[in-house]
Design a protein around this ligand. Sequence first.
Ligand SMILES: [Zn+2]
Length: 71
Amino acid sequence: MSPLARTVLLMEQRGARRGRACPVCGAGDPRRIAYGLPAPELFDDPDIALGGCLVADDAPRFRCRTCATDF
Ligand SMILES: [Zn+2]
């Protein structure tokens, strides 16, 4: 197995373990989407995407790092 294939496999396993994989491209390890008024440090956090002030009951919780799909 090539190093690249192994890396992809590890990423997929990590995404599966977290139970969060993009429904469009299958990438795991999405950014969390923060709603409401975020703390200032969240603006600089690469793991956080800002979803705005309004929080719907069915609002997506995650944003794909690869294709920017919210889910
Ligand atoms: Zn995606």
